[in-house]
Design a protein around this ligand. Sequence first.
Ligand code: SF4
Length: 307
Amino acid sequence: MSERTALRHAVADRAEMADGRPAWIRVPFHDGPNFRDVQSLMRGLTLHTVCEEARCPNQRECWDARTATFLILGDKCTRRCGYCAIDTGHPEGVLDWGEPDRVAQAVAHLDLRHVVITSVTRDDVADGGAAVFAATIRRVRNRIPSCDIEVLVPDFGFDSASLRTVIDAQPDVLNHNIETVRRIHPAARPRSDYDSALRLLRDARAMGATITKSGVMVGLGEAFEELVETLQDLRDAGVAVITIGQYLRPTGDARHVPVERYYTPEEFALLKSRGLAMGFRHVESGPLVRSSYHARDQLAKSRASVP
Ligand code: SF4
């Protein structure tokens, strides 16, 4: 399918939307025993997950498969991005040094072979929480040496010493999401910076990160070619794995920006093929794709693609 045809389909398919979302965004309902086990584990260990805090549409599927993405450094973010559901607040420098052990305990309980650990942004802490990230990586590795560890890091105020602290703990994958295209970045992420995010990813490689990864949301008002430019920028920064997913407005609250457009599955396929042609080792692209969605498979495919 040509790019023009795919784009035409996207507009035509608007007519199929029932509850404001197209059919391919609807999520099947699961609520089995695994879901409840993951839920009680997290509550019991007073751990947070981005699955819950960010209202991820895949929560039922992932928890039913006994996987979850840990949200460390608390559940209050010091920033307030217009696309994000995570609560904002002022943690005032308080860090929970028992959290790394509890994450390791949960990873062991779930018998994970691949764990994704992310965090809120902590501008109230000098290192942005990098030392807690490093401690969590080490605790998980000590307890479950066979588990691959992926970290999805905030920008740490673009402090290279903080980034180095995390890289020195040797995560298997270092992820930093660029989130959106250059033009929309200042509005969507007012306290971040597009070029600095690219530099962080480049620096991570230079500091020894084996696999770097990033992600972009679509549907915030960007043009298709702007997305292609962002993919190329990420590729030029040495990123190996990329995720592309539909932005979904977390709530109807004025704080959260509306969806500008729903991309079709065909458009996601087109973005995937453009990304692969650029040389990414793996491109995960689809309406419900999130950074950590099927992350274990993403890593396996990226490793398998190395000649
Ligand atoms: S895709 Fe990631 S954040 Fe969403 S439910 Fe699955 S593990 Fe959690």
